[in-house]
Design a protein. Structure first.
Length: 82
């Protein structure tokens, strides 16, 4: 009689462990499969009127040309005073 109760407890523990392991592994697999929401990456840039603004990287066209300090100083119209 006692042996049968121990056998049933062992079986139910195994089932509980296997079900829990299956649920945890399926949740992990879903996290890997489902696409993640991408946060927009923002970059701080200087606007033409001399203010610092945040711009989404995806909105910037890349020309591959570097800008010199002289060009920047002539481009900014309202130079901020410090």
């Amino acid at each position: 009689m006692i042996n049968m109760e121990q056998n049933q407890n062992t079986t139910s523990r195994k089932k509980f462990f296997l079900w829990g392991l299956g649920i945890i592994s399926s949740i992990t697999a879903l996290k890997l499969i489902l696409p993640k929401k991408m946060k927009p990456t923002l970059v701080k840039m200087l606007s033409e009127d001399g203010k610092l603004v945040e711009v989404d990287i995806n909105k910037i066209k890349k020309t591959g040309e570097k800008v010199s300090d002289k060009e920047i100083s002539t481009w900014v119209k309202n130079k901020p005073t410090f």
